[in-house]
Write a protein that binds this ligand. Structure first.
Ligand SMILES: Nc1nc2c(c(=O)[nH]1)N[C@H]1C(S)=C(S)[C@@H](COP(=O)(O)OP(=O)(O)OC[C@H]3O[C@@H](n4cnc5c(=O)[nH]c(N)nc54)[C@H](O)[C@@H]3O)O[C@H]1N2
Ligand SMILES: Nc1nc2c(c(=O)[nH]1)N[C@H]1C(S)=C(S)[C@@H](COP(=O)(O)OP(=O)(O)OC[C@H]3O[C@@H](n4cnc5c(=O)[nH]c(N)nc54)[C@H](O)[C@@H]3O)O[C@H]1N2
Ligand code: SF4
Ligand SMILES: [Mo]
Length: 735
């Protein structure tokens, strides 16, 4: 176990006071780990208050930090920010533990030993940047600028996107596309001409009926969404949760459908069948706004609840009655689009299209209680020279994944290995731990071996940093300015991330790092600002935003009134036909099924169980597992196994096992949570545990890492997503 945390536990419990988690937990009775954050309310100030924006996940809540004598004493939700409404999730509050994490990177590092040996020596910024500038120059001369790829996650990456576009590359890959939202965004784009975005445009609190497929809200802790979800539950609205696991959300549902993993598309097709054949769709809306009703009706004719019952393992009558309940709530209804959607590869865009179609025929898009139309705020750019023309990204072969909206991270990895369509020789990795985030780790390691340069810019010495040639320590979101953050919600606005405290050691903000690199490699013209404040003030001036007010309040809301579309009939759609495309001509033209098709998943080999994974309330993947405060709050590092299965295998609750996957890859030792809350054909792990990096002294060796077991993926041919729930594990008992 790690060393003693520098904070008393009691202190932390009071830090959790008044969080969204506490409110949600109180209202909807979340599982014990979330409840741990309930404390007595303490809304008073404690020193100076600085308003800023969270980055422990990607929801970007408004925060206010209390600073006394240069030390951050607590973080609360900003009351002025519509994404927090004065409340935060436990991770946002617990970020104090990130600020004072004794394992933070505090000096630039250069590798001295073999790649992966984790032998580094501290160097000056000048030396680190000088080294990588020489390498970038060498790569550009030998292979062209496009031979450098930027892997990234998070708002702070914007400075580096600017830097590398100026350098001449658009090879920007984020696991948050092909390993996350990709299939959903593509499917909604094809159907409605726009996607649910982030934060998702979901009017959950005013809905009459919410359907969750996976989407384990309450464990998936996106703040506003969970606040709205708590309101929905308090209103006693209808809630149907489809999950092989009895999730926290399932515990609040009127109906839990413990579906056989990988069969949601069959359930959705049967629901559409019931709505269509019983004429329960929103007639006027469908007539006015949709294309392909006839084709859809013909397509679903045979997908009866009885057919779906065989595939899903659910009861046919319950499939029928839930379809009727969903339709009865329309149009104030939503089948939640989910967020992490790269589940089963070829099934994923189809499943997400089926979700979109069901929402479409129920008139949910543009309706109160369904999908609202967000408001943004137009922000001017800081004028800089035009970027050079770059080669198209190297992530795909001709004809591959034609509907991808962003470069595929695993495609850039492949180009690094085989040099096709052209070589990638340098990686700049910002805010993404590719070792845990990408499936098929052996490929990631092979690609790293082929690199001339690997730069990692991070807060912590995560696994990816141990392979780096150069490690650049960044100031955390509590210690830096970032670019202006547009807020797209019921009412739009602009928010500011600004420092509350000084960074530790020599850690530097991303804006500074990118600017220094830019000036060193001859791209100074792209960074004409003296410092970030001059940059931000100028952007604000050009955007008619009062910078002083923005600094004071942390957010400035747009003067435009929110558009409330109570009447879905006044909508327009950015699809080619200007309508909701139930039937997709675009998919058809590209050689794909124009309507969703169900494909059966491979069954588990005998003695194996499908490996499922997800989130826990108090953690964000592996980025918080080294945070002593959050670690004190919850571990969630057990593998969930059906109680009867465990008993049959002679595995007691709390016993330690290793998981061995279908390819013989063995996990670290992990404790078993034997529970009735799990189907018997699958197991569940929280992603982000099982760290091996020696610098993560608190997290190292806690729990096991699901991603290590994801040696196989099923690729979605439409958009290149890597379905990762196609792996199976057996148990090896530890003595
Ligand atoms: N606390 C916290 N919240 C987070 C994050 C975090 O790290 N921590 N990460 C954020 C990010 S980036 C994302 S993408 C989202 C992800 O969160 P979601 O989009 O909610 O992820 P899902 O994969 O839909 O949900 C996982 C659930 O799906 C269930 N499941 C597994 N297989 C199947 C299946 O075949 N069918 C059905 N119906 N269910 C299945 C699992 O049992 C689990 O309960 O969470 C976000 N919120
Ligand atoms: N097996 C498996 N694979 C998955 C998932 C899964 O559930 N299971 N989830 C998928 C999903 S939904 C997503 S979105 C991706 C996410 O995966 P990633 O893109 O890797 O995102 P994070 O885990 O948030 O990134 C973690 C890294 O960012 C660093 N970091 C945190 N804050 C900052 C900062 O302010 N600046 C800098 N420079 N670095 C910072 C952390 O220290 C850490 O090393 O993974 C995907 N991959
Ligand atoms: S949901 Fe939580 S972790 Fe994410 S931005 Fe908001 S407070 Fe931060
Ligand atoms: Mo994600």
């Amino acid at each position: 176990m790690g060393e003693t945390p520098p904070f008393a536990r009691r202190r932390f419990l009071s830090l959790g006071a008044g969080t969204a988690a506490a409110v949600a937990a109180a209202r909807i009775g979340l599982s014990s780990d979330a409840e741990a954050s309930i404390g007595t309310s303490d809304p008073g100030t404690d020193g100076d208050v600085v308003r800023s924006v969270c980055e422990v996940c990607f929801w970007k809540c408004g925060i206010q930090g209390h600073v006394k004598a240069g030390r951050l004493t607590k973080i609360q939700g900003s009351p002025a920010h519509p994404l927090s409404n004065g409340k935060l999730c436990p991770r946002g509050v617990g970020a104090v533990g990130l600020a004072y994490d004794p394992d933070r990177l505090v000096k630039p590092l250069l590798r001295v030993g073999a790649r992966g040996s984790d032998s580094m020596k501290p160097v000056s910024w000048e030396e680190a940047i000088g080294f990588l500038a020489d390498k970038l120059d060498g790569i550009r001369k030998k292979h062209g600028p496009e031979a450098v790829a930027l892997f990234n996650h998070g708002a702070g990456a914007s400075w580096f996107k600017h830097l590398f576009q100026a350098y001449g590359s658009v090879n920007f890959g984020a696991p948050s596309f092909a390993q996350c939202r990709g299939p959903r965004d593509v499917a909604f784009d094809l159907t409605f001409g726009s996607d649910p975005g982030s934060p998702e445009i979901l009017d959950i609190s005013r809905s009459n009926c919410v359907v969750l497929l996976g989407s384990h809200l309450g464990e998936n802790m996106h703040n506003t969404q969970v606040q709205d979800f708590a309101e929905l539950c308090a209103r006693d609205a209808d809630l149907i949760v489809v999950d092989p696991r009895f999730s926290t959300a399932a515990s609040k549902a009127k109906t839990w459908l413990p579906i056989r993993p990988g069969t949601d598309t069959a359930l959705l097709l049967a629901w559409i069948h019931v709505v269509v054949t019983e004429g329960r769709h929103q007639r006027e809306y469908v007539e006015k706004h949709t294309n392909g009703w006839g084709e859809l009706s013909a397509h679903v004719a045979t997908f009866t609840p009885e057919w779906a019952a065989v595939e899903t393992g659910l009861d046919a009558e319950i499939i029928r009655t839930t379809a009727r309940r969903i339709a009865a709530a329309a149009p104030a209804v939503m089948v939640h689009p989910g967020r992490h959607a790269s589940w089963y590869g070829p099934d994923d865009t189809h499943r997400a299209r089926a979700v979109a179609i069901l929402n479409g025929i129920l008139g949910a898009w543009g309706h109160r209680g369904g999908f609202f139309r967000p408001n943004g705020m137009k922000l001017a750019k800081y004028p800089t020279p035009a970027y050079p023309k770059a080669k198209p990204p190297a992530d795909r072969r001709p004809g591959e994944a034609p509907f991808a909206l962003e470069p595929l991270a695993q495609g850039l990895r492949r180009a690094t290995i085989d040099g096709q369509p052209y070589p990638i020789k340098g990686w700049f990795v910002y805010g993404t731990n590719l070792i845990q985030a990408l499936p098929q780790r052996a490929e990631t390691l092979k690609a790293i071996e082929a690199l001339d340069l690997l730069v990692v810019c991070d807060l912590l010495p995560a696994e990816i940093a141990s392979y780096a040639d150069v490690v650049l320590p960044e100031a955390s979101h509590l210690e830096r300015y970032d670019d202006l953050l547009g807020v797209s919600w019921h009412r739009g606005g602009v928010a500011l991330r600004q420092p509350m405290i000084d960074p530790p050691g020599e850690a530097k903000p991303g804006w500074w790092i990118a600017r220094e690199i830019g000036h060193t490699i001859g791209l100074g013209a792209y960074f004409p600002w003296k410092d970030v404040k001059e940059y931000l003030a100028e952007r604000c001036r050009l955007s008619n935003v009062d910078f002083a007010e923005l600094q004071r309040e942390g957010i400035v809301l747009s003067p435009a009134k929110p558009t409330v579309v109570e009447d879905g009939l006044a909508l327009t759609f950015a699809t080619e036909s200007g309508k909701i495309e139930l039937y997709s001509e675009k998919l058809k033209a590209a050689g794909f099924d124009p309507l969703p098709v169900f494909r059966r998943q491979d069954a588990a080999p005998p003695g194996y169980f499908r490996l499922l994974y997800g989130r826990a309330a108090a953690h964000t993947f592996g980025r918080t597992t080294n945070n002593r405060l959050l670690g004190e709050l919850s571990h969630n590092d057990r593998v969930w196994v059906n109680a009867k299965v465990a008993a049959d295998l002679g595995i007691a609750d709390g016993a330690t096992v290793r998981l061995v996957n279908q390819d013989g890859v063995e996990s670290a030792p992990v404790k078993v949570k034997a529970t009735e809350r799990m189907r018997g054909d699958c197991v569940f792990m929280v992603h982000g545990w099982g760290h091996t990096a020696k610098g993560l002294r608190y997290a190292k060796g806690k729990g096991a890492d699901d991603s290590e077991l994801v040696t196989r993926v099923a690729v979605d041919p439409v958009m290149g997503g890597t379905g990762m729930r196609v792996n199976f594990v057996a148990f090896r008992k530890e003595a």
